[in-house]
Ligand binder design. Structure first.
Ligand SMILES: [Zn+2]
Length: 316
């Protein structure tokens, strides 16, 4: 049976614009991602399914590329028989586990203090809670791992592609070279590797380093077209990845030049790099700054010194 892949475009309240979900019609009817939990998204989702002579009742399983609200919120609309599958890291986010949420707040409170960000605990709480505004209350019925196959679509290989999110998976159709890429690579914006609270007793993941490794991995795969979570289909991913790497290198170098002049905190660097954006998009811009510092630390170009609980960075 010839498999069919349908792209749905669902509006989001975010600057990124529409999110794409994909319906795979094979031996099972599988939805990859959904949309944020808004009335507009619900309406668009149902209407577009209908245009393809489908309804929510036809969906057998939902597979998640990652846990961000614009990709998971509409899980709330799914029928009880629908299985939800994804990376295990999705679970505390999509279920809005209260203990995990507190851990996120505590992590942010402590780490932002070290980074020199003048933020109170209640402001951290606000930022963390806001990230759940359009999300769902759902649970995983099964975990997908590197090397797994999508049930009902055995030619789809599951790949772990962390960086943008720790939960991030991509799905490669080995029969066609089509990749369902989530937010791994987008034409419209460079997708940010975000900081996430580590598991208890574990160290923080270096998300930009992971992200670069995930992009490098794409360069080695027989990919024809990337079906992304936002924006246009990507047919020249090599060029786009080169562009992304160049931009990252430029930003890392800008930080390195600043640190050659004096030692600075991450927050100071963040304000210098993003003088307009940093206030309204503090978490995003700090994630970007910390990511670049991780890269420079890993390459041995800079070092980190702790003074009175605050981290300072300087060129070596
Ligand atoms: Zn995302």
């Amino acid at each position: 049976m010839k498999e069919e892949m349908i792209q749905l475009s669902i509006p989001t309240p975010f600057a990124v614009g529409d999110v794409h979900a994909y319906v795979l019609k094979g031996e099972a009817v599988t939805l990859v991602d959904c949309g944020p939990l808004t009335n507009e998204a619900q309406h668009a989702f149902v209407t577009q399914l209908k245009e393809h002579r489908l309804s929510i009742d036809d969906i057998d399983q939902v597979v998640l590329t990652h846990h961000h609200a614009d990709h998971v919120g509409l899980l709330n609309m799914m029928k009880p028989h629908v299985r939800v599958l994804g990376h295990e890291v999705n679970e505390p986010y999509i279920s809005q586990n209260p203990a995990f949420m507190q851990r996120q707040i505590d992590f942010m409170d402590q780490f932002f203090h070290q980074l020199g960000v003048p933020l109170h605990q209640h402001e951290c709480e606000k930022i963390v809670k806001e990230s759940y505004t359009y999300s769902c209350h759902a649970y995983l019925d099964g975990v997908l791992k590197e090397g797994d196959r999508l049930h009902g679509h055995e030619h789809f290989l599951v790949m772990e592609t962390p960086g943008h999110a720790q939960s991030h998976l991509s799905f490669l159709d080995e029969s066609t070279g089509d990749l369902i890429g989530g937010d791994l690579l987008l034409t419209t914006i460079s997708s940010n590797p975000l900081m996430e609270a580590p598991d208890e007793g574990e160290e923080r993941q270096k998300s930009l380093l992971q992200y670069k490794a995930s992009l490098n991995r794409l360069l080695t795969l027989p990919i024809h077209t990337i079906f992304p979570g936002h924006g246009q289909l990507i047919t020249s991913h090599h060029e786009l990845i080169e562009e992304r790497f160049k931009k990252q290198e430029k930003r890392a170098n800008a930080i390195y030049q600043l640190l050659k002049q004096q030692e600075l905190t991450a927050f100071h660097l963040c304000r210098t790099l993003f003088p307009v954006l940093y206030e309204e998009a503090l978490f995003l811009t700090m994630s970007e700054t910390v990511g670049q510092l991780d890269v420079l630390l890993a390459s041995g170009q800079i070092e980190e010194i702790q003074k009175d609980g605050i981290l300072y960075y300087r060129a070596i």
